[in-house]
Design a protein around this ligand. Structure first.
Ligand code: ADP
Ligand code: MG
Length: 622
């Protein structure tokens, strides 16, 4: 009788009870392979459990435990790489060791009886077979359990595999992220490399510049050292020059004082009162009436004499005529052709005296229309050729002050412009009716100095400022002219520039007044024809002009009483006339023959003044 085959199924022998087929065992199970391996590598000492199993001894161990141990595959994948060994493959079958066959040899004794049943002992054989079948069933159950377990393990392993694959995927993801990052880092490092290279380049450049700067610094230090020595040398020179400058200043001051003294001496020698005669030219309209100036004679080579000639009927016989000749001598006679500049040249030295601290008074005397206003103001203050004495004097004063500033003199100026009409004063720089009439008063009861309290005295710092004031005055006068019928020729106009100089370094001060006076027309009106206002005008003009003459004469004779108070004109000019001042009178003469007697009167008056020798002037120094 054949033993139970290794086919996994027990074939039913005819006449034999049908046994339920055993669950098929596949050789793919790893346990089989492990067992096969063991079988292939020869007989091994069996573990006690296996021995027990083989011997069919009942065991407390659950079936299938031994083969599980034999597997010893880690349930969960370790951190390492997935193990190929896990792949379950069929192991080659080798004869006896084939696990697919019943683990119990066919010839194994059944029921512990090792004897062979006699052929007849069918019962015994049956029981053996039953026993074997029971064994096989048991075994099949065990194997089934093992199989389940192995399936479980397989599932676990597959899960593990999936886990691994997922992990691999994850790791792949990680790897790609890392490689992206790596790429990024590589690029960054490349960039850093470039930057580093740039920085190195910049460093090289800066080093070069530093070197250049150091070289320059070195040079500069050398130059500085040289400059220091030069500065020291210059300082020494500056000190010696400052010393010399101080000496020069001393000398200059001494020279300036000497200049002033000599200048004054010259002026005194010329006379502190001088008279200039000026004959104006014939105007275009006048030339038609009068051909030439026969009655006026200017001796050639003589600029100090004027001769008036007149044919008079002889008292002896009707036929004969007698030439009347009047000789006049003055400090200077200006012919009709004399320009304003020529005239000013002669008076500019007096203007210098005003800056030196002497009162200076310049008058224009003469009949109306003789050229007084033309001489003093000029027809146009802005016309450089024809500007009069006032604008020219003003320019010289400011220029002179500038020159004296270099010698330590500082000047302040103020200007006033008024007119005297009918013995009353009027401010030409803007009347202030609220202040009432302008009066001449003493500065203080202890002082002889006079002033006009409400008269505008405007500080001026330049020639232009003064010219503006002159324009204002001219405008104010012309308003009056229309209202009072040529009132300007009936009034005296007085421009005064007050000059205050200080030399702080030497504690010197000087002050003076430069007065330029355009007197009222000196013509005598026939008193019998003058009435009312005209009469009063004439009287007041006569009074003031004659008192001017009297004052000058009294001064010349050094009389104890000088009649200044006889007229507003002389009273106002009290400080500017006399011993302490310098005077100059223009006697203006009309070239018209019809004005002969007026011209004669003017020249006589001027001659009287010219005869006066006024006492030595003293500078108003304090
Ligand atoms: P006064 O002021 O004495 O009344 P003006 O100065 O008004 O006289 O002169 C009278 C006229 O004569 C004016 O038209 C003036 O321009 C003119 N005149 C005066 N002097 C001169 C001169 N030297 N050259 C040219 N014209 C003059
Ligand atoms: Mg005039």
């Amino acid at each position: 009788m054949a033993a139970v085959g290794s086919g996994g199924s027990v074939g039913a022998a005819p006449g034999m009870a049908v046994v339920a087929p055993l669950p098929a065992l596949t050789s793919r199970l790893p346990v089989r392979r492990a067992a096969a391996k063991r079988a292939a590598s020869g007989p091994q000492p069996a573990a006690p459990e296996q021995k027990r199993a083989r011997s069919g001894t009942a065991s407390s161990q659950p079936p299938g435990r031994a083969p599980l141990r034999a597997l010893s595959v880690p349930a969960a994948p370790g951190p390492g790489p997935p193990r190929k060994a896990l792949t379950v493959t069929a192991a080659p079958r080798t004869g006896k060791g084939n696990c697919g066959a019943a683990p119990v040899p066919a010839e194994a004794p059944v029921g512990g009886a090792h004897r062979r049943r006699a052929a007849w002992d069918l019962k015994g054989q049956l029981s053996d077979l039953r026993a074997a079948l029971g064994n096989q069933k048991e075994k099949a159950q065990r194997l089934d359990g093992e199989n389940r377990q192995l399936r479980e393990q397989l599932r676990e392993l597959q899960e593990a595999l999936q886990e691994r694959e997922r992990r691999v995927e994850e790791l792949d993801g990680c790897v790609s992220t890392l490689s992206t990052e790596l790429e990024k880092h590589r690029q960054e490092s490349e960039l850093r490399g470039q930057q580093l290279e740039e920085l190195r380049e910049a460093d090289r450049e800066l080093s070069a510049r530093l070197e250049a700067a150091e070289a320059q610094l070195h040079q500069t230090k050398a130059a500085l050292a040289q400059s220091d020595s030069e500065v020291a040398e210059l300082r020494l020179r500056a000190e010696s020059q400052a010393r010399r400058l101080r000496e020069q200043e001393e000398l200059q001051h001494a020279l300036e004082m000497e200049r002033r003294r000599l200048h004054n001496l010259v002026q005194e020698l010329k006379g502190n009162i001088r008279v200039f005669c000026r004959v104006r030219p014939l105007l275009a309209a006048e030339k038609e009436k009068q051909k030439g100036m026969e009655h006026l004679h200017f001796p050639p080579q003589d600029n100090k004499t004027l001769v008036l000639l007149r044919e008079e009927e002889s008292h002896i016989g009707r036929e004969r005529k007698e030439d009347l000749k009047y000789d006049f001598s003055f400090d200077r006679v200006f012919r009709p052709s004399a320009s304003q500049e020529e005239v000013f040249e002669e008076i500019s030295l007096l203007v210098q005296s005003a800056l030196d601290g002497y009162h200076v008074c310049i008058f224009a005397y003469g009949q109306t229309g003789s050229g007084k206003t033309y001489t003093m103001e000029g027809p146009d203050a802005l016309d450089p050729e024809r500007r009069g004495m006032i604008p020219r004097a003003v320019r010289q004063v400011f220029q002179g002050a500038q020159e004296l500033a270099e010698k330590g003199w500082q000047y302040r100026f103020s200007a006033s412009f008024l007119e005297i009409y009918n013995e009353s004063l009027r401010d030409l720089l803007g009347a202030r009716p609220e202040c009432g009439e302008l009066e001449i008063r003493r500065v203080s009861s202890a002082s002889e100095e006079l002033h006009v309290p409400n008269l505008r005295r405007i500080p001026v710092a330049s020639e232009d400022e003064v010219l503006q004031l002159l324009q204002t005055a001219t405008a104010n006068r012309s308003v009056a002219r229309t209202a009072l019928n040529d009132h300007s020729s009936r009034s005296h106009s007085i421009f005064q520039l007050r000059i205050d100089g200080t030399n702080a370094a030497r504690e010197l001060r000087c002050s003076s007044v430069l007065s330029l006076v355009d007197l009222a027309g000196s013509e005598r009106l026939d008193k019998s024809q003058s009435q009312g206002k005209r009469l009063r005008e004439t009287q007041s003009i006569n009074t003031s002009l004659s008192s001017l003459g009297l004052v000058i004469m009294a001064l010349a004779k050094k009389e104890p009483h000088i009649p200044y108070r006889n007229s507003k004109l002389t009273y106002l000019l009290q400080n500017s006339l006399g011993g302490n001042a310098k005077m100059l009178m223009f006697v203006n003469i009309s070239p018209l023959e019809e004005n002969f007697s007026e011209s004669l009167n003017s020249l006589r008056f001027a001659s009287k003044v010219n005869e006066c020798v006024v006492g030595t002037a003293h500078a108003n120094r304090k």
